[in-house]
Design a protein around this ligand. Structure first.
Ligand SMILES: NC(=O)C1=CN([C@@H]2O[C@H](COP(=O)(O)OP(=O)(O)OC[C@H]3O[C@@H](n4cnc5c(N)ncnc54)[C@H](OP(=O)(O)O)[C@@H]3O)[C@@H](O)[C@H]2O)C=CC1
Ligand SMILES: O=C(CO)COP(=O)(O)O
Ligand SMILES: [Zn+2]
Length: 351
């Protein structure tokens, strides 16, 4: 039999993570041989904490820099950025997930490179080739451009409100059930599988779990641990050409809850709570997940998420419909009774 397997993977070419690395963004873009014109996609706050400096650093490296201040990752803002980006050599997303997703998707559509400069580390989208764009009432997860370079300055990340970092840690913890779902789908419905992506997603989550006691406010090492894991998770998604290694039933629950109770909790916070419950369904050590989240200071209950108990039940029963993705929730999902039992036993809702 002839060997016919072939694969294509796109990964970042340079990653800077750590204390005071922001200044590397200029020399890095020079090394990439980019043309002269850069468009910086940023928000009000992120421009203040990092964007302004990134502009100066890029100008010092000889680039002409235009700035577009934007807000949520909506189709309208995406179109505005794409208009503004015409004739630009590259895009730089400076900010939270919304600014990075907008820059990532605009650069993908225009076929120009993009650099990711996160100012908060709330989820693994800052290093992945996926973008979530809001459209009408819902949001769509789309193929986008892998960042060519990432500059994650832990000095900036640790100065942001701690809740963001805790959410980033919780998002990566979700990989523990996501990879179980992936393995299940591979075995039951022969879904394409990558052992490399699986291993990277697993390692990233385990690194957070093992270091949970070192993730705390005002400790810069926390930002290092979270960012390192986020990079691993993002690259796992690049290798898999899908969010499969980092998004399973725990994410389906989070997506359902975001739809039912929009804007109440951060994505990673909902993923963390989902991971506790999905791990229970797998018969795994769900208490270990809960305890790690508690130690990090991420929510573990409906009350801490700021949602009603009934909203948790609704999200559990609707989660399987969120994506065409086979998981422990099966094709029919949980009954209301099963959902209530699950949420009660794991302490997510009151008895
Ligand atoms: N691609 C993916 O895989 C995923 C994408 N998402 C998407 O990511 C987005 C959410 O991203 P998220 O990172 O939570 O946040 P946002 O980009 O929505 O930013 C949240 C807030 O934090 C502010 N902010 C940014 N940096 C700092 C800082 N250093 N200090 C203080 N405040 C700061 C922002 O201000 P300002 O805007 O003024 O700069 C904004 O008000 C959503 O659009 C969601 O759909 C979610 C999960 C996965
Ligand atoms: O949030 C993600 C990974 O952490 C991406 O998930 P989705 O592909 O489910 O949007
Ligand atoms: Zn996520």
């Amino acid at each position: 039999m002839t060997f016919e397997k072939s694969k294509w993977t796109q990964l970042p070419r340079e990653i800077y993570a750590g204390h005071g690395v922001l200044g590397q963004v200029g020399p890095m873009c020079r090394r990439f041989g980019f043309g002269s014109n850069a468009l910086l996609v940023t928000g009000q706050k992120s421009y203040e904490v990092a964007g302004k400096r990134v502009k100066e650093i890029l100008e010092d490296s000889g680039f002409n820099v235009d700035v577009i201040l934007t807000s949520a990752a909506t189709m309208e803002n995406l179109d505005r950025i794409k208009d503004e980006a015409k004739g630009m050599s590259f895009l730089v997303g400076v900010g939270g997930g919304s600014k990075i997703d907008l820059a990532k998707k605009a650069s993908y559509d225009l076929g120009i490179p993009f650099i990711s400069v996160p100012t908060i580390a709330t989820h693994d989208g800052i290093a992945s080739p996926r973008a979530t764009i809001k459209n009408g009432g819902g949001s769509i997860s789309m193929d986008a451009q892998e960042p060519m370079g990432i500059v994650a300055d832990t000095e900036i990340l640790i100065q942001a409100p701690y809740r963001y970092l805790a959410a980033g840690a919780a998002d990566v913890i979700g990989n523990v059930t996501a990879i179980k779902d992936w393995e299940l789908a591979h075995k039951l419905i022969n879904e394409p599988f990558s052992s490399t992506a699986y291993g990277m997603a697993k390692y990233s989550a385990e690194f957070i779990l093992e270091n949970a006691d070192a993730i705390k406010p005002n400790l810069e090492e926390s930002a290092w641990i979270v960012v390192k894991s986020i990079m691993g998770s993002g690259m796992a998604m690049s290798i898999a050409h899908s969010s499969r290694p980092a998004s399973g039933s725990e994410h389906l629950f989070a997506h359902a809850l975001e739809k039912i109770a929009p804007g109440k909790a951060l994505h990673g916070e909902m993923v963390g709570v989902g991971t506790i419950m999905m791990m229970y369904l797998y018969g795994g050590d769900w208490k270990k997940i809960r305890d790690a989240l508690r130690m990090i200071g991420a929510p573990t209950t409906a009350r801490e998420l700021g949602v009603e108990d009934e909203e948790i039940i609704m999200a559990l029963t609707q989660a399987h419909k969120m994506r065409k993705r086979y998981t422990i929730l099966g094709m029919r999902g949980l009954t209301e009774e099963a959902a209530r039992n699950l949420a009660r036993i794991t302490g997510v809702i009151g008895r």
